[in-house]
Design a protein around this ligand. Structure first.
Ligand SMILES: NC(=O)c1ccc[n+]([C@@H]2O[C@H](COP(=O)([O-])OP(=O)(O)OC[C@H]3O[C@@H](n4cnc5c(N)ncnc54)[C@H](OP(=O)(O)O)[C@@H]3O)[C@@H](O)[C@H]2O)c1
Length: 324
């Protein structure tokens, strides 16, 4: 089967990556339609050596479209996704708009692709959640008691404006987006603060993990930090397991998990790095060791390309499943 695909937010970091990944994966596309704001109307993006014109997104954009991939923020998804549905298109949404809706599946293909069947809207999890949850899922068979996340998130996670702010501040200019000079410091704030001292990003990691793993009672805490790295997010994970384990069993579980690659030879300087993850659709896991602070605790460190596996590739893998 082939189909007509639309990308909303096609000129953004995620939208451009979606276009690239559709090409790489050779999705059987009849027609591709690119939408963004009025500012980008007429801009040309390349797809299979053809120049495709970006159009302004309107309520009439979705005629004869089978799948729409949204990556233009929550407000755009909230308004236009129901319109796309009404025109008969299935929506794959990269924003946080629908993630926690009980009738919308929140999907990481390596874990729960079967949940997309018959769904009209499918949500892509947050990029930091995707980075951690594939490894966590591999340990589910030991029983998960509690999880502690600390994320180290690249500036591209904030879109074009994040990358521009890093570049500008590296060149001595004042910050125009982040709350401090990101070229000189890590910033322990991603998104707004909510009650209890957590940020929205931290709450997203907690709630999305529980939904994807179908473990509403799982205890999770999280600290999300923006770091002066252009691309690829890292998450340090501390997990307390119900069952006692041998470290070899943890390695085996990670080695057998789809989409996960163990890189863990620290004596040789081999561990997950952003520079290894950039351009890849695999999540890299390393620094695997016992947590000496808890019984049956294990520590590990995951890295994934936030624009690819954390957003575009995850969405395109869902589209690939729908088409097949
Ligand atoms: N960056 C990541 O790592 C990441 C990971 C997971 C999920 N996401 C989510 O993906 C979405 C896009 O993120 P991004 O990083 O690609 O941001 P971005 O680089 O800032 O791109 C934003 C896109 O939205 C479009 N847009 C803005 N206002 C619009 C409007 N009124 N009508 C139509 N299009 C409009 C922009 O078009 P113009 O160029 O015309 O302004 C641009 O194409 C967000 O919801 C974000 O939360 C991002």
């Amino acid at each position: 089967m082939s189909c007509n695909i639309a990308i909303v937010g096609a000129t953004g970091l995620v939208g451009r990556t979606i276009l690239k990944v559709i090409e790489e994966y050779k999705l059987p596309v009849d027609n591709i339609h690119l939408f963004a704001s009025k500012n980008s109307q007429g801009l040309e993006l390349e797809f299979f050596n053809e120049k495709i014109k970006v159009q302004e997104l309107t309520e009439n954009s979705f005629k004869d479209i089978d799948i729409v991939l949204f990556s233009a923020g929550s407000e755009i998804s909230s308004f236009y996704a129901p319109i796309a549905n009404a025109c008969g298109a299935t929506v794959i949404d990269n924003s946080s708009c629908f993630r926690m809706n009980s009738n919308v599946p929140l999907v990481v293909p390596e874990i729960n692709i079967q949940e997309v069947d018959n769904a009209k809207i499918i949500a892509n999890p947050n990029c930091s959640t995707i980075t951690a949850v594939i490894a966590l899922n591999a340990l589910k068979k030991f029983g998960l008691l509690s999880v502690g996340y600390t994320s180290f998130q690249a500036v591209s996670g904030a879109g074009q404006k994040g990358l521009i702010d890093l570049e500008n501040t590296l060149n001595g200019k004042k910050p125009s987006y982040f709350s401090a000079n990101i070229s000189q410091t890590c910033i322990p704030q991603i998104d707004d603060f909510v009650e209890g001292g957590y940020t929205k990003e931290e709450i997203k990691m907690q709630e999305e993990t529980k939904k994807i793993l179908h473990m509403p009672g799982l205890k999770i805490s999280s600290t999300c930090v923006r770091v002066p790295v252009p691309n690829s997010h890292a998450v340090a994970v501390a997990v307390q397991l119900k069952k006692s384990f041998e470290l070899e069993e943890v390695y085996r579980a990670f080695n057998n998990a789809k989409g996960l690659q163990v890189v863990d030879e620290p004596q040789k300087g081999l561990y997950p790095l952003s520079t290894i993850a950039n351009g890849s659709d695999i999540t890299f896991v390393g620094r695997i060791r016992r947590d000496t602070a808890t019984e049956n605790g294990v520590l590990f460190y995951c890295v994934a390309d936030n624009l690819r596996k954390g957003a575009a590739s995850n969405a395109v893998q869902i589209a690939q499943y729908l088409i097949s």
